[in-house]
Write a new protein. Sequence first.
Length: 97
Amino acid sequence: MSDNHADVSGEKNPFWHGDIVGYNSLHDWAKRRKEKPDVCEMCNWFEPIHLSNISGEYKRDIDDFQWLCRDCHRIYDEQMRDAIGAVSEERRKRYRE
């Protein structure tokens, strides 16, 4: 590669924002890096169409994403919301004591 066409991808790019990136940009980043499997990573049955964040923290960590089918993505998100709600309720109880 010539000096005029130096690699400016990732952290070398002057527009790189590290972990301070929006939802869509982070998903685009992950889609370019996480190979899409033939089947959903949760049910191992249907074709995955959604790239889902695992932790809910939206870190720039490729291992924090999974390819899911539509139904598994819905189920996973509902379980995450329920878990977050349970933690929040436990904190409210402790605060009241």
